[in-house]
Write a protein that binds this ligand. Structure first.
Ligand SMILES: Cc1cc2nc3c(=O)[nH]c(=O)nc-3n(C[C@H](O)[C@H](O)[C@H](O)COP(=O)(O)O)c2cc1C
Length: 815
């Protein structure tokens, strides 16, 4: 609801004086007396950040007076005080979206007699506010909202059952379109999406866009059967998804999960394989949480629990974290020295990824190629299972580069969640097992290795070793506080003798994207960068326990730092087993054997392209195929720009000529462009409608009066048919006065839930002005998310344009 709309609720009688309501939003309710009333599904949302100050203030909650902090969200305050309040879309670590409307409360300020309904997740506490969470109307609202969610799930469930039931009847499958779609998207090696369980809360959309910076999910174009649309309407496996699994961590209903590999692991056990597990640094922090142990799990309980599950050997991925530092540290110093110019300066190293494998893959490789030999077994007789905080590791272990003699180094990856649930399902109690040590020779680690579980930890571990390797002196201070913390980007300059090393630590995909942009555009210069895709690093990984605790990442980080501090060995190069491994087997860091077993190569992954054309609306097709023909509405002339520019001499007519260019993917922009044509004709103009993808470019510079109606698609792009035009117009060769004759205005069609809202229209608007065209009126930002879709914005924009157009005519010089 717009801020001005008022809905009054008094003593169980709902009164709504808003005139226009959209159909979807209206539902029928009974009030206390059982009379039927109309109930608007709209909300009074207090603008976040509206609170004048943040400090203690008095409010009442359900009639009880209390002192709380103003400026906080109502939902946060209710949760802190233990007042039951349902919600689905809200999460303390995500921006508010106010989608599910389950957290409705009623509120009023001190003196007002009227109660207003509001989303507790989208409204902030103000002094003297009264809040109630219980009333007949709220109960009714909750029931209706839950019913809608359940209805959607049930519908999709029935749909799914129909697939099963009609499995042998292809005609019916075709009829329902079932042959083409599956309810369960199993196309990704790490993530599975079962839309039957989806509550349409949109958390996956938010986290993927805001935290991971990927924008794989969308609800635009969603249907009842498929409430979540993936990039370009494809299966997840065909998108750019990197399987970080943040969607799985934040999904409240289990619709998005990791691919479960427990059954495959159990089958390997039953097949008599030698079962070996490896435990990651963040795993030992997360497993206790997944098992519901508030105080965490005793450090050496983890190997015991894994042995109770049936693993014969339990190694420590912290060991190979130390090994990674040895390989990566020598690699870094080698690259720096190779890059030092005679004047002592050194060149950018950023385009060069380290070739060192991840600790998981190093451990897998050593288990299959080193430990197997000690055991007198063939690599394929061993099943190595990695217990990880990460979902992407499920994908990583399947990379073809990470096999030796066609045997995978890592057979399966289980997330912390899968492992915890398996332990529970087997009825193993952490209290019933005693502590035990990790197995050797791959089980001893330094505190530096443990730090791999937190963002900044790999950098800190690397610096502890690189400093001593470079300077041959003892590092005076072990902790690098400047690169600790959970902000997306931390930077520092570290002196290593005379070498000044500029370092950056980045975590969370969105922050990574920003840093990469800065580097590519020469705004950021670093020598050594640690990149972790998950927020806070592995402790915020896609395979870690789901948590509603806003401070969960800080708590996990503190535990990891605590483990480092308690360790007797704090530097990777001081780990005695690492030294022994080089002496016995690998030779030295970066030796040929180390290269073969511990390093890898990368190949670019194909980036999925948008489909060539997304079924244009039939009317648009007519226009594309028959330019110049009379359209179905009988009155709109479409011509090529060539004809249009021929009339130079006819000045009077010229002033009335208006070129209306459109670019559309699914036909909406064309429909809007036609409205402009009609409106122009009513005002006595002579409009022509032009497909922006088909204009005669040699005549474009002669257009005098123009309107552009342009939609944005696929991450800020122009619609398919007009991309060639944009590529051409944005080229640097155009003269700055190329469009000096043109007066124009742009109307954009987009959706504000996309990060690049109306990007195509905005770029066009800017570019036209850059090339000398005069803007008659400001761009119209049409937003599909607006209550009336594009209507209101369009009317205002059109009105301003007609008002300004005659005034913008160049004044004739007299004499
Ligand atoms: C797959 C898809 C991607 C979209 N991408 C964007 C976008 O990046 N930015 C934006 O503002 N709108 C985006 N939209 C919203 C469209 O611009 C909006 O639906 C518009 O009405 C389409 O107009 P058209 O039918 O003329 O192409 C997207 C819509 C879809 C279905």
């Amino acid at each position: 609801m717009g801020a001005g709309a008022s809905a009054r609720y008094q003593d169980g009688d709902y009164e709504d004086d808003e005139q226009s309501r959209d159909e979807e939003g209206a539902a029928s309710v009974c009030d206390d007396e059982g009379s039927q009333g109309t109930y608007s599904d709209t909300f009074d949302e207090q603008c976040l950040g509206q609170a004048a100050f943040s400090g203690p203030c008095k409010i009442t909650i359900n009639g009880v007076e209390c002192v709380v902090t103003s400026g906080k969200l109502i939902l946060e305050v209710l949760r802190e005080r233990g007042v039951p309040i349902p919600s689905l879309c809200w999460h303390p670590r995500l921006p508010t979206v106010g989608k599910c409307k389950l957290c409705a409360v009623e509120m009023k300020d001190g003196h007002s007699p009227d109660w207003k309904k509001a989303c507790a997740c989208a409204s902030v506490i103000t002094p003297d506010m009264q809040i109630r969470t219980e009333s007949q109307a709220l109960r009714q609202h909750l029931a209706e909202t839950l019913k809608k969610i359940a209805h959607g799930q049930a519908e999709r469930g029935l749909f799914d059952k129909a697939v099963h039931h009609y499995n042998d009847t292809p005609d019916l499958q075709r009829l329902f379109g079932l042959a083409r779609h599956s309810q369960v998207d199993n196309s990704n090696q790490a993530i599975v999406l079962d839309v039957e369980a989806c509550t349409e809360c949109s958390r996956c959309v938010t986290v993927c866009r805001e935290v991971s910076g990927m924008n794989i999910y969308s609800m635009v174009g969603a249907t009842a059967e498929f409430p979540i649309v993936k990039q370009y309407g494809r299966l997840i496996g065909d998108t750019e998804c990197v399987a970080c699994g943040q969607c799985a961590v934040f999904c409240p209903s289990g619709a998005i999960q990791e691919q479960n590999d427990v059954v495959a692991v159990v089958q390997a056990m039953q097949a008599g394989k030698v079962m070996v597990a490896g435990v990651a640094p963040a795993t030992r922090i997360g497993l206790g949480e997944q098992l519901g142990l508030a105080g965490g799990l005793g450090y050496n309980k983890v190997p015991s629990l894994l042995r109770a599950l049936g693993f014969q050997f339990v190694f420590d991925t912290n060991f190979t974290a130390d090994l990674t530092i040895m390989e990566e540290g020598h690699e870094l110093l080698g690259r720096i020295q190779a890059a030092v110019r005679p004047n002592g300066d050194f060149v950018m190293l950023l385009p060069h990824l380290s070739t060192a494998r991840s600790p998981q893959q190093m451990l897998g490789s050593l288990v299959k190629n080193y430990f197997a030999r000690k055991l007198g077994r063939r690599p394929d007789e061993i099943c190595y299972v990695s217990i990880m905080p990460c979902t992407a590791k499920k994908q990583e272990c399947k990379r073809p580069q990470l096999r030796t003699d066609d045997v995978p180094d890592v057979d399966y990856v289980l997330t912390v969640r899968e492992t915890g649930d398996w332990i529970r399902a087997k009825g193993i109690s952490p209290d019933a097992v005693s502590e035990s040590e990790y197995d050797n020779p791959l089980g001893t680690h330094s505190g530096a290795g443990q730090l791999f579980g937190v963002s900044g930890g790999v950098m800190e571990a690397a610096l502890r070793t690189a400093y001593e390797l470079q300077t041959h002196e003892t590092l005076p201070k072990l902790t690098f506080h400047e690169i600790r913390g959970l902000e997306g980007l931390r930077t520092s300059t570290v002196m290593m003798g005379s070498l000044e090393l500029r370092v950056a630590v980045v975590s969370g995909g969105a922050a990574v994207r920003r840093l990469v942009d800065d580097i590519l555009s020469n705004r950021a210069h670093y020598h050594f960068i640690e990149v972790m895709f998950c927020p806070g690093g592995c402790l915020g990984g896609g395979g870690m326990p789901r948590s509603e605790n806003p401070h969960v990442l800080e708590t996990r980080a503190a535990r990891i730092y605590g483990l480092d501090e308690r360790n007797v060995i704090r530097k990777s190069h001081e780990n005695p087993q690492i030294r022994a491994l080089y002496e016995d087997f690998l030779g030295e860091p970066l030796s040929p054997l180390a290269h073969r077993l511990l390093h890898t190569t990368y190949t670019p992954r194909p980036v999925p392209k948008p489909p060539p054309v997304l079924t244009p609306a039939p009317t648009a097709e007519q226009f594309f195929q028959h330019p110049g023909s009379i359209d179905d509405e009988g009155s709109i002339r479409t011509v090529s720009a060539t004809d249009e520019a021929e009339d130079e001499a006819l000045a009077a007519r010229e002033a009335k000529k208006l070129s209306i260019f459109y670019a559309t993917q699914t036909g909406n922009a064309l429909a809007v462009a036609k409205l402009v044509v009609k409106s122009a004709r009513q005002l006595g103009y002579d409009p022509v409608l032009l497909d922006l993808g088909k204009i005669d470019r040699s005549k474009f510079g002669k257009v005098r009066q123009a309107v552009f109606v342009v939609s944005t698609f696929w991450d800020g792009h122009f619609p398919e048919h007009a991309r060639g035009f944009w590529d051409w117009l944005s080229q640097p060769f155009h003269d700055r006065r190329y469009l000096k004759l043109m007066r124009y205005s742009v109307f954009g069609l987009g959706n504000s839930t996309f990060e690049l809202f109306n990007h195509a229209a905005r770029c066009l608007d800017k570019r036209l002005a850059e090339l000398g065209a005069r803007r008659v009126s400001p761009i119209g930002d049409g937003d599909y998310e607006a209550k009336d879709k594009y209507r209101g914005t369009f009317r205002t924009w059109m009105k301003t344009f007609w008002k300004n157009l005659p005034r913008s005519l160049p004044v004739k010089k007299s004499g």
